[in-house]
Design a protein around this ligand. Structure first.
Ligand code: SAH
Length: 363
Protein backbone atom coordinates (compact mmCIF):
# COMPACT_ATOMS: atom_id res chain seq x y z
CA UNK A 1 0.00 0.00 0.00
CA UNK A 2 1.29 3.50 -0.83
CA UNK A 3 -0.31 6.73 0.30
CA UNK A 4 1.58 9.65 -1.27
CA UNK A 5 1.71 10.50 -5.00
CA UNK A 6 4.50 8.45 -6.47
CA UNK A 7 6.96 8.63 -9.37
CA UNK A 8 8.29 5.59 -11.27
CA UNK A 9 11.67 6.08 -9.57
CA UNK A 10 10.03 6.22 -6.15
CA UNK A 11 8.41 2.85 -6.87
CA UNK A 12 11.79 1.45 -7.86
CA UNK A 13 13.39 2.79 -4.64
CA UNK A 14 10.57 1.44 -2.43
CA UNK A 15 10.99 -1.98 -3.98
CA UNK A 16 14.73 -1.91 -3.52
CA UNK A 17 14.33 -0.97 0.17
CA UNK A 18 11.63 -3.65 0.66
CA UNK A 19 14.00 -6.26 -0.83
CA UNK A 20 17.34 -5.15 0.61
CA UNK A 21 16.64 -2.88 3.60
CA UNK A 22 17.25 0.86 4.16
CA UNK A 23 19.74 2.68 1.91
CA UNK A 24 22.22 5.43 2.75
CA UNK A 25 21.38 9.02 1.79
CA UNK A 26 24.30 8.87 -0.65
CA UNK A 27 22.77 5.87 -2.38
CA UNK A 28 19.33 7.52 -2.42
CA UNK A 29 20.74 10.78 -3.81
CA UNK A 30 22.76 8.93 -6.44
CA UNK A 31 19.65 7.07 -7.65
CA UNK A 32 17.45 10.19 -7.69
CA UNK A 33 20.00 12.18 -9.70
CA UNK A 34 21.64 9.58 -11.92
CA UNK A 35 19.44 6.49 -12.29
CA UNK A 36 20.00 5.67 -16.00
CA UNK A 37 16.26 5.36 -16.62
CA UNK A 38 14.59 7.97 -14.39
CA UNK A 39 17.42 10.03 -12.82
CA UNK A 40 16.95 13.79 -12.59
CA UNK A 41 19.97 14.70 -14.74
CA UNK A 42 18.91 12.28 -17.44
CA UNK A 43 16.20 14.82 -18.36
CA UNK A 44 16.95 17.82 -20.59
CA UNK A 45 15.48 20.85 -18.89
CA UNK A 46 16.38 21.29 -15.24
CA UNK A 47 17.79 24.83 -15.72
CA UNK A 48 16.42 28.33 -16.18
CA UNK A 49 13.09 30.06 -15.64
CA UNK A 50 11.12 27.12 -17.07
CA UNK A 51 13.16 24.52 -15.17
CA UNK A 52 13.75 23.96 -11.46
CA UNK A 53 16.69 26.23 -10.66
CA UNK A 54 18.84 28.96 -12.22
CA UNK A 55 22.64 28.83 -12.07
CA UNK A 56 24.98 31.84 -12.34
CA UNK A 57 25.89 31.30 -16.03
CA UNK A 58 22.17 31.17 -16.80
CA UNK A 59 21.62 34.47 -14.93
CA UNK A 60 24.00 36.49 -17.08
CA UNK A 61 26.79 36.26 -19.64
CA UNK A 62 28.83 38.47 -17.26
CA UNK A 63 29.60 35.43 -15.07
CA UNK A 64 31.18 33.30 -17.83
CA UNK A 65 32.97 36.26 -19.38
CA UNK A 66 34.75 37.09 -16.12
CA UNK A 67 35.72 33.44 -15.67
CA UNK A 68 37.02 33.44 -19.25
CA UNK A 69 39.13 36.49 -18.42
CA UNK A 70 40.45 34.75 -15.28
CA UNK A 71 41.41 31.64 -17.27
CA UNK A 72 43.17 33.77 -19.87
CA UNK A 73 45.08 35.51 -17.12
CA UNK A 74 46.09 32.13 -15.63
CA UNK A 75 47.28 30.90 -19.02
CA UNK A 76 49.58 33.95 -19.24
CA UNK A 77 50.74 34.10 -15.63
CA UNK A 78 51.40 30.36 -15.24
CA UNK A 79 53.08 30.52 -18.66
CA UNK A 80 51.37 27.29 -19.72
CA UNK A 81 52.85 25.69 -22.82
CA UNK A 82 50.42 24.18 -25.32
CA UNK A 83 48.50 22.13 -25.82
CA UNK A 84 46.55 23.14 -22.72
CA UNK A 85 43.37 21.25 -21.79
CA UNK A 86 40.42 23.50 -21.01
CA UNK A 87 38.09 21.31 -18.94
CA UNK A 88 34.62 21.95 -17.58
CA UNK A 89 33.09 19.41 -15.20
CA UNK A 90 29.28 19.28 -15.03
CA UNK A 91 28.65 21.82 -17.81
CA UNK A 92 24.82 21.77 -17.73
CA UNK A 93 23.54 23.42 -20.90
CA UNK A 94 27.05 24.54 -21.97
CA UNK A 95 26.33 28.23 -21.38
CA UNK A 96 29.36 28.86 -19.16
CA UNK A 97 31.74 27.27 -21.67
CA UNK A 98 30.20 29.30 -24.49
CA UNK A 99 30.77 32.58 -22.61
CA UNK A 100 34.31 31.52 -21.61
CA UNK A 101 35.20 30.70 -25.23
CA UNK A 102 33.84 34.02 -26.50
CA UNK A 103 36.37 35.80 -24.28
CA UNK A 104 39.23 33.41 -25.01
CA UNK A 105 38.61 33.87 -28.75
CA UNK A 106 39.85 37.44 -28.28
CA UNK A 107 43.30 35.81 -27.94
CA UNK A 108 43.45 33.55 -31.02
CA UNK A 109 46.89 32.33 -29.93
CA UNK A 110 45.42 30.90 -26.74
CA UNK A 111 42.44 29.39 -28.53
CA UNK A 112 44.76 27.69 -31.04
CA UNK A 113 46.65 26.06 -28.15
CA UNK A 114 43.58 24.75 -26.34
CA UNK A 115 41.86 21.39 -26.41
CA UNK A 116 38.33 21.64 -25.02
CA UNK A 117 36.93 18.84 -22.82
CA UNK A 118 33.57 18.48 -21.09
CA UNK A 119 33.14 15.94 -18.28
CA UNK A 120 29.43 15.12 -18.25
CA UNK A 121 27.54 12.03 -17.08
CA UNK A 122 24.13 12.86 -18.58
CA UNK A 123 23.55 11.81 -22.22
CA UNK A 124 20.71 14.30 -22.68
CA UNK A 125 22.75 17.22 -21.33
CA UNK A 126 25.64 16.17 -23.60
CA UNK A 127 23.23 16.57 -26.49
CA UNK A 128 22.27 20.09 -25.37
CA UNK A 129 25.97 21.00 -24.97
CA UNK A 130 26.82 19.65 -28.44
CA UNK A 131 24.12 21.86 -29.94
CA UNK A 132 25.10 25.06 -28.12
CA UNK A 133 28.84 24.61 -28.72
CA UNK A 134 28.69 23.32 -32.29
CA UNK A 135 31.19 25.98 -33.45
CA UNK A 136 33.97 24.30 -31.44
CA UNK A 137 35.82 20.97 -31.49
CA UNK A 138 35.05 19.31 -28.16
CA UNK A 139 35.70 15.94 -26.53
CA UNK A 140 33.30 14.51 -23.94
CA UNK A 141 34.38 12.35 -20.99
CA UNK A 142 32.71 10.37 -18.20
CA UNK A 143 35.51 11.20 -15.75
CA UNK A 144 38.70 13.29 -15.58
CA UNK A 145 40.83 10.19 -16.03
CA UNK A 146 40.54 10.05 -19.81
CA UNK A 147 41.76 13.61 -20.39
CA UNK A 148 45.16 13.38 -22.13
CA UNK A 149 48.38 14.46 -20.39
CA UNK A 150 49.28 18.15 -20.29
CA UNK A 151 48.46 21.24 -18.22
CA UNK A 152 44.80 21.93 -17.43
CA UNK A 153 42.61 24.95 -16.87
CA UNK A 154 39.53 23.56 -15.19
CA UNK A 155 36.23 24.99 -14.03
CA UNK A 156 33.27 23.43 -12.23
CA UNK A 157 30.20 25.49 -11.34
CA UNK A 158 27.52 23.82 -9.19
CA UNK A 159 28.95 20.35 -9.74
CA UNK A 160 29.85 19.44 -6.16
CA UNK A 161 26.41 20.30 -4.70
CA UNK A 162 25.01 17.55 -6.94
CA UNK A 163 27.38 14.84 -5.68
CA UNK A 164 26.06 12.37 -3.09
CA UNK A 165 26.53 13.02 0.63
CA UNK A 166 26.37 10.70 3.63
CA UNK A 167 24.71 12.11 6.75
CA UNK A 168 25.64 11.12 10.30
CA UNK A 169 23.76 12.06 13.45
CA UNK A 170 25.32 12.28 16.91
CA UNK A 171 23.41 9.93 19.24
CA UNK A 172 24.05 8.76 22.82
CA UNK A 173 26.08 5.91 21.33
CA UNK A 174 28.15 7.97 18.86
CA UNK A 175 27.83 9.09 15.23
CA UNK A 176 25.29 6.92 13.35
CA UNK A 177 24.51 7.10 9.66
CA UNK A 178 21.08 8.44 8.62
CA UNK A 179 19.34 6.39 5.98
CA UNK A 180 16.15 6.15 3.94
CA UNK A 181 13.72 3.35 4.79
CA UNK A 182 9.97 2.61 4.67
CA UNK A 183 7.36 3.44 7.33
CA UNK A 184 4.23 1.41 8.13
CA UNK A 185 2.33 3.08 5.28
CA UNK A 186 5.11 2.00 2.91
CA UNK A 187 6.23 5.62 2.42
CA UNK A 188 9.87 6.69 2.34
CA UNK A 189 11.12 7.94 5.68
CA UNK A 190 14.42 8.89 7.31
CA UNK A 191 15.89 6.63 9.97
CA UNK A 192 19.13 5.73 11.68
CA UNK A 193 21.03 2.91 10.00
CA UNK A 194 23.83 0.67 11.12
CA UNK A 195 26.74 2.73 9.70
CA UNK A 196 28.95 4.66 12.12
CA UNK A 197 31.83 7.12 11.93
CA UNK A 198 35.11 6.23 13.55
CA UNK A 199 36.38 8.61 16.27
CA UNK A 200 39.53 9.05 14.12
CA UNK A 201 37.43 10.46 11.24
CA UNK A 202 35.77 12.89 13.63
CA UNK A 203 39.03 13.93 15.28
CA UNK A 204 40.26 15.12 11.85
CA UNK A 205 37.38 17.60 11.60
CA UNK A 206 37.94 19.33 14.98
CA UNK A 207 34.16 19.45 15.47
CA UNK A 208 32.30 20.58 18.55
CA UNK A 209 28.97 18.72 18.28
CA UNK A 210 26.03 17.97 20.55
CA UNK A 211 23.50 15.11 20.57
CA UNK A 212 21.14 15.42 17.61
CA UNK A 213 23.62 17.33 15.38
CA UNK A 214 24.06 16.19 11.78
CA UNK A 215 27.38 15.93 9.96
CA UNK A 216 27.58 15.61 6.18
CA UNK A 217 30.47 13.93 4.37
CA UNK A 218 30.88 13.59 0.61
CA UNK A 219 33.54 11.01 -0.28
CA UNK A 220 32.55 11.40 -3.96
CA UNK A 221 33.37 15.13 -3.81
CA UNK A 222 36.65 14.56 -1.99
CA UNK A 223 37.65 11.92 -4.54
CA UNK A 224 37.16 14.39 -7.43
CA UNK A 225 39.04 17.15 -5.54
CA UNK A 226 41.90 14.67 -4.99
CA UNK A 227 41.94 13.84 -8.72
CA UNK A 228 42.01 17.53 -9.66
CA UNK A 229 44.74 18.23 -7.10
CA UNK A 230 46.87 15.33 -8.30
CA UNK A 231 46.45 16.29 -11.94
CA UNK A 232 47.41 19.92 -11.30
CA UNK A 233 50.38 18.98 -9.12
CA UNK A 234 51.79 16.57 -11.73
CA UNK A 235 50.89 18.36 -14.98
CA UNK A 236 50.46 22.04 -14.02
CA UNK A 237 47.56 24.41 -14.38
CA UNK A 238 44.73 25.80 -12.27
CA UNK A 239 41.12 25.04 -11.35
CA UNK A 240 38.18 27.08 -10.11
CA UNK A 241 35.54 25.28 -8.06
CA UNK A 242 32.41 27.39 -7.58
CA UNK A 243 29.42 26.36 -5.50
CA UNK A 244 27.19 27.20 -2.57
CA UNK A 245 28.49 25.99 0.72
CA UNK A 246 30.57 26.62 3.81
CA UNK A 247 34.26 27.49 4.20
CA UNK A 248 34.92 25.38 7.34
CA UNK A 249 33.60 21.96 8.35
CA UNK A 250 30.52 22.38 10.50
CA UNK A 251 27.36 20.50 11.51
CA UNK A 252 23.94 21.01 9.91
CA UNK A 253 21.41 19.28 7.68
CA UNK A 254 21.66 20.91 4.22
CA UNK A 255 20.08 18.12 2.16
CA UNK A 256 17.44 19.84 -0.02
CA UNK A 257 15.14 19.39 -3.01
CA UNK A 258 14.09 22.05 -5.52
CA UNK A 259 11.28 21.77 -8.04
CA UNK A 260 10.05 24.70 -10.16
CA UNK A 261 12.12 27.08 -7.99
CA UNK A 262 10.37 25.93 -4.76
CA UNK A 263 11.76 23.82 -1.92
CA UNK A 264 9.95 20.47 -1.71
CA UNK A 265 10.33 17.31 0.38
CA UNK A 266 13.56 15.39 -0.34
CA UNK A 267 11.63 12.11 -0.13
CA UNK A 268 8.96 12.92 -2.73
CA UNK A 269 9.24 13.72 -6.47
CA UNK A 270 12.12 11.20 -6.81
CA UNK A 271 13.85 11.88 -10.14
CA UNK A 272 11.69 14.95 -10.74
CA UNK A 273 13.23 17.39 -8.24
CA UNK A 274 16.85 18.53 -7.98
CA UNK A 275 18.52 17.09 -4.86
CA UNK A 276 21.58 18.88 -3.50
CA UNK A 277 23.59 19.58 -0.36
CA UNK A 278 25.82 22.50 0.56
CA UNK A 279 29.48 21.99 -0.30
CA UNK A 280 32.17 21.65 2.36
CA UNK A 281 35.00 23.75 0.88
CA UNK A 282 37.36 22.78 3.67
CA UNK A 283 37.02 19.13 2.68
CA UNK A 284 37.68 19.98 -1.00
CA UNK A 285 40.71 22.11 -0.07
CA UNK A 286 42.11 19.41 2.24
CA UNK A 287 41.75 16.75 -0.46
CA UNK A 288 43.43 18.86 -3.16
CA UNK A 289 46.31 19.94 -0.93
CA UNK A 290 46.86 16.40 0.36
CA UNK A 291 47.32 15.47 -3.32
CA UNK A 292 50.13 18.05 -3.50
CA UNK A 293 48.44 21.07 -5.16
CA UNK A 294 48.28 24.62 -3.78
CA UNK A 295 44.92 25.89 -2.64
CA UNK A 296 43.79 29.55 -2.58
CA UNK A 297 40.58 30.79 -0.95
CA UNK A 298 37.73 30.15 -0.84
CA UNK A 299 36.56 33.71 -1.41
CA UNK A 300 32.90 34.69 -1.70
CA UNK A 301 31.41 34.88 -5.20
CA UNK A 302 30.87 38.60 -4.57
CA UNK A 303 34.55 39.18 -3.77
CA UNK A 304 35.58 37.07 -6.75
CA UNK A 305 33.36 38.76 -9.32
CA UNK A 306 33.86 42.33 -8.06
CA UNK A 307 37.63 41.69 -7.92
CA UNK A 308 37.53 40.70 -11.58
CA UNK A 309 35.66 43.84 -12.63
CA UNK A 310 31.99 42.83 -12.57
CA UNK A 311 30.76 46.41 -12.23
CA UNK A 312 33.03 47.77 -14.97
CA UNK A 313 32.03 44.99 -17.39
CA UNK A 314 28.34 45.48 -16.55
CA UNK A 315 28.69 49.22 -17.30
CA UNK A 316 30.30 48.38 -20.63
CA UNK A 317 27.59 45.85 -21.49
CA UNK A 318 24.83 48.35 -20.66
CA UNK A 319 26.36 51.31 -22.53
CA UNK A 320 24.04 52.52 -25.28
CA UNK A 321 21.29 50.02 -24.34
CA UNK A 322 17.69 50.89 -23.45
CA UNK A 323 16.74 51.80 -19.87
CA UNK A 324 14.92 48.45 -19.68
CA UNK A 325 18.02 46.47 -20.70
CA UNK A 326 20.20 48.46 -18.30
CA UNK A 327 17.76 47.75 -15.51
CA UNK A 328 17.95 44.02 -16.30
CA UNK A 329 21.77 44.12 -16.20
CA UNK A 330 21.61 45.85 -12.81
CA UNK A 331 19.28 43.13 -11.51
CA UNK A 332 21.57 40.39 -12.87
CA UNK A 333 24.58 41.96 -11.13
CA UNK A 334 22.65 41.99 -7.87
CA UNK A 335 21.59 38.41 -8.31
CA UNK A 336 25.19 37.30 -8.84
CA UNK A 337 26.87 39.40 -6.17
CA UNK A 338 24.45 40.74 -3.55
CA UNK A 339 24.82 39.43 0.00
CA UNK A 340 21.23 38.24 0.21
CA UNK A 341 21.40 36.51 -3.20
CA UNK A 342 24.34 34.51 -4.61
CA UNK A 343 27.14 36.79 -3.39
CA UNK A 344 27.95 35.30 0.01
CA UNK A 345 26.52 31.78 0.04
CA UNK A 346 28.42 30.95 -3.17
CA UNK A 347 32.16 30.57 -2.84
CA UNK A 348 35.11 30.12 -5.18
CA UNK A 349 38.11 27.90 -4.46
CA UNK A 350 41.24 27.93 -6.60
CA UNK A 351 43.53 24.90 -6.93
CA UNK A 352 46.83 25.75 -8.59
CA UNK A 353 50.27 24.40 -9.43
CA UNK A 354 51.67 27.73 -8.23
CA UNK A 355 52.11 29.02 -4.68
CA UNK A 356 51.40 32.51 -5.96
CA UNK A 357 47.88 33.68 -5.20
CA UNK A 358 46.03 34.55 -8.42
CA UNK A 359 43.79 37.62 -8.62
CA UNK A 360 41.44 38.21 -6.85
CA UNK A 361 42.48 35.66 -4.20
CA UNK A 362 45.37 37.89 -3.18
CA UNK A 363 43.14 40.56 -1.63
N1 SAH B 1 27.57 23.94 -14.41
C1 SAH B 1 26.22 24.06 -14.92
C2 SAH B 1 25.29 22.95 -14.46
C3 SAH B 1 25.20 22.63 -13.00
S1 SAH B 1 24.11 21.27 -12.66
C4 SAH B 1 25.68 25.43 -14.60
O1 SAH B 1 26.28 26.12 -13.81
O2 SAH B 1 24.64 25.80 -15.16
C5 SAH B 1 25.20 19.89 -12.44
C6 SAH B 1 25.85 19.37 -13.70
O3 SAH B 1 26.76 18.33 -13.32
C7 SAH B 1 24.93 18.71 -14.72
O4 SAH B 1 25.45 18.99 -16.01
C8 SAH B 1 25.04 17.22 -14.37
O5 SAH B 1 24.64 16.38 -15.39
C9 SAH B 1 26.51 17.14 -14.07
N2 SAH B 1 26.98 16.03 -13.25
C10 SAH B 1 26.37 15.45 -12.18
N3 SAH B 1 27.15 14.49 -11.63
C11 SAH B 1 28.31 14.48 -12.36
C12 SAH B 1 29.53 13.74 -12.29
N4 SAH B 1 29.72 12.81 -11.37
N5 SAH B 1 30.50 14.00 -13.21
C13 SAH B 1 30.31 14.95 -14.15
N6 SAH B 1 29.17 15.68 -14.27
C14 SAH B 1 28.19 15.44 -13.39
Amino acid sequence: MTSSASTPLQEKIRKRIADHGPMTIAEYMGLCLSDPEHGYYMRQQPFGAKGDFTTAPEVSQLFGELIGAWLLHQWLSLDLKGPVHLVEMGPGRGTLMKDILRVISLRPQMLANLQIHLVETSPSLRKAQRKLLKAYTIKWHDTLETIPDGPVLLVANELFDALPIHQYQLTETGWCERCVGLNEENNLTFGIGSGTLSPADIAKTNLQAKIGDTLELSPASSAIATQIGHRIKTQGGAALLIDYGYAKTTTGDTFQALKKHEYVSTLEHCGEADLTAHVNFQALANAASAAGAHVHGPVSQCEFLLGLGLLERAGQLGAGKSALDQDQIRKDVERLAADDQMGTLFKVLCISSSTQKPIPFSS
